[in-house]
Design a protein around this ligand. Structure first.
Ligand code: BG6
Length: 481
């Protein structure tokens, strides 16, 4: 299948924190891929800005090394042309150094975007200087990363700091899950097909499961993670976004505020979660591998590397249909999927007990696709026996034998910033509502003395998480690659 590439307008993109991990891993390789795909005008410029006193040539060399490391095997035929468009300014976020120079090199008449790939404590300083020096104007865009705060209060403070200099329509808060091709597909599946909508409610859906399982531990970023934990790192943002896309009402249009209004309504309708309906876990050391406490370098840590919880949405559509969410590190396989389990038929005409409910499994990563389980007659003579079979569709097979080179989430999102399309970015009120829901859960853990349940690396998490569903006579779909 030929992928259509629609070039974006000419732009100057300033990356604050250009020598940091995110820039090296995702932003710079992603921009090169868009350059290769012909989506960036050849005159577009990327301006690295960071504390280090690098020459332009050194920044280009570092970018070449980052692309070699994080985009191995990529076509390098246009790499030198891409690097030639890179600039660098050593900048002092809290002082005056570098700002005049940055102002001089920005071009008039092109889209200006500023990526804050720095600690949130610097957001205010950067925003202040961009406006003091007249570098940003009413049309400029700023991009900020998660973590957007660590609770409602700090998220509000960040929103306030940004709002002093920028209007909401200029602020692009990234949740990279929204940039994933298959996550966007959730909206296509729901709202471009008539088939699912009539069944998409508590009358027909028994429950929903959302699993984001990872095999990696927190080694290498234990310092950050130990202050955060799975609830802040994954549930408040990525899983919440998935939940919203599954649960929201159809927006009147695929338009930034229409979509975000609907997501916000879902978050506001979430009921508080009781302690009995949430399980925290921490992976243990095993066979010479490091446990969480070693990775976090904190032998007393009570931070969770796994969480499973039962969530209820108090509205007409979902009253009586729980959503079970779980996510964790060092689990059996890397897989993200959503399972919609339908109710059983109200009356069985078959005299047998092998009836199983239909399930729609939406596989987000890896091997994106959908499976719908249906009951059929077991082939052969000897009476009417039923069996469950999967209607299995892999998106890669469906779009053609040669497949499609799926853009990384960051590539898509950065191009959306340049286009001025906020649909896949979180609005300030959405982030605050998600914290307002998550805060009491986190605060009660922090106030208590209980430790997370231990679990073995390579497992599906603590036993308690399985019991969370067994108690309701339900089962998690197995975590498998
Ligand atoms: C990040 C979290 O936001 O998402 C990480 O901070 C996590 O802890 C990552 O590993 C998962 O993203 P992906 O795209 O690999 O599913």
């Amino acid at each position: 299948m030929v992928v259509r590439v629609i070039p974006v307008d000419d732009f100057d993109l300033v990356i604050f924190g250009a020598t940091g991990d995110l820039a090296r891993r995702k932003i710079l390789p992603g921009l090169y891929r868009r350059f290769l795909a012909g989506q960036m005008p050849s005159s577009a410029r990327i301006i690295g800005a960071a504390r280090s006193d690098l020459t332009e040539q050194q920044f280009r060399d570092e970018t070449r090394a980052a692309i070699d490391e994080f985009a191995p095997g990529i076509d390098t035929s246009q790499l030198e042309a891409f690097l030639a468009e890179l600039h660098y300014v050593a900048i002092d976020a809290k002082g005056t150094g570098g700002w005049e120079k940055l102002k001089e090199i920005m071009r008039p008449g092109v889209v200006r975007a500023f990526y804050f790939s720095v600690a949130p404590s610097l957001f205010g300083d950067l925003a202040q200087r961009l406006s003091d020096y007249g570098i940003a104007d009413g049309e400029s865009r700023i991009v900020v990363e998660k973590p957007f705060g660590r609770d409602l209060e700090s998220a509000r403070a960040l929103n306030d700091v940004l709002a002093r200099h920028f209007a909401e329509r200029q602020i692009y808060r990234i949740d990279h899950y929204l940039g994933k091709e298959t996550v966007q597909n959730l909206m296509a599946v729901r709202f471009a097909n008539i088939l699912f909508e009539p069944l998409w409610n508590a009358q027909y859906v028994d429950h929903v499961q959302i699993t984001v399982a990872e095999t990696v531990g927190v080694g290498g970023r234990g310092g950050y993670y130990d202050q955060s934990g799975a609830m802040r790192d994954m549930v408040q943002n990525h899983l919440m976004q998935l939940l919203c896309l599954i649960a929201m009402e159809p927006p009147y249009h695929f338009d930034p505020n229409a979509v975000r209004d609907e997501k916000l309504k879902v978050i506001r309708a979430l009921e508080p979660v009781s302690e009995a309906e949430i399980v925290r876990g921490q992976y243990q050391a095993e066979n010479g591998t490091q446990g969480y406490l070693d990775d976090a370098e904190n032998p007393d840590s009570r931070t969770e590397s796994f969480v499973a919880l039962k969530v209820r949405i108090s509205n007409w559509r979902w009253q009586g249909t729980p959503f079970y969410l779980r996510t964790g590190k060092k689990l059996r396989a890397r897989t993200s999927e959503i399972v919609i389990t339908f109710r059983e038929p109200p009356h069985s005409i078959f005299d047998e007990s092998s009836q199983k409910p239909n399930q729609l499994v939406i596989k987000l990563q890896p091997d994106e696709g959908m499976i719908l389980t249906v009951m059929i007659k077991e082939p052969g003579p000897g009476g009417m026996r039923l069996m469950q079979v999967p209607l299995d569709m892999s998106f890669a097979d469906a779009v053609g034998p040669e497949g499609v080179d799926m853009p990384d989430a960051y590539e898509r999102l950065i191009m959306d910033v340049i286009r001025g399309n906020q649909t896949l970015f979180m609005r300030g009120d959405e982030v605050e509502a998600a914290w307002a829901w998550a805060d009491p859960i986190i605060k009660s853990w922090e106030a208590g003395k209980a430790r997370p349940e231990p679990y073995d690396p390579g497992s599906s998490g603590p036993e308690e998480a399985l019991r969370l569903m067994h108690r309701d006579n339900r089962r998690w779909r197995e975590i498998r690659a």
